[in-house]
Write a protein that binds this ligand. Structure first.
Ligand SMILES: [Zn+2]
Length: 151
């Protein structure tokens, strides 16, 4: 499910209405901590996500990863921005370390908008959030030793 919207109004809307709206669907019976995400793809398509927890706690999914998995499974791999929303009154919601790496997979120069419920936001990049990161390009770099046939 995705929504198409004009790029000129997307950033404030991504932060105030879309990620906040995505939060409404959060399934968080254990943490009771709702998180929403709105991911803007290169062509203006927006994918939303929420956290999806599980009785087996460690299987829970963050909102950011839910949104990215929805986008990738829909054929998208190029992103301009992601906005993240929570119910924290006085703090911009920050992505967990796992999500920073998950976002990094798709580049380190796109924007992450950390928002508050009032719609205010702070813009950062993946590189700001995960400096000196490891990404898919690193797997292709010259190595001193490689195994044959993957063994
Ligand atoms: Zn996370």
């Amino acid at each position: 499910i995705y929504i198409y919207i004009c790029a000129c109004v997307i950033m404030p809307c991504l932060c105030s209405c879309m990620s906040q709206g995505a939060k409404e669907f959060a399934y968080c019976p254990y943490s009771k901590f709702r998180v929403g995400a709105a991911l803007l793809a290169h062509d203006g398509t927006v994918f939303t996500g929420c956290n999806v927890e599980n009785a087996s706690y460690n299987l829970g999914l963050c909102a950011e990863r839910t949104a990215i998995a929805k986008a990738v499974s829909g054929g998208y791999r190029s992103f301009k921005a992601i906005a993240i929303a929570s119910d924290l009154e006085d703090q911009f919601i920050s992505p967990c370390g796992g999500c920073r790496q998950f976002m990094r997979e798709f580049g380190d120069h796109w924007s992450v908008f950390l928002s508050k419920p009032d719609g205010s936001y702070k813009e950062m990049t993946i590189e700001d959030l995960l400096p000196v990161s490891f990404g898919p390009e690193d797997l292709k770099k010259k190595r001193l030793f490689t195994t044959e046939n993957g063994s």
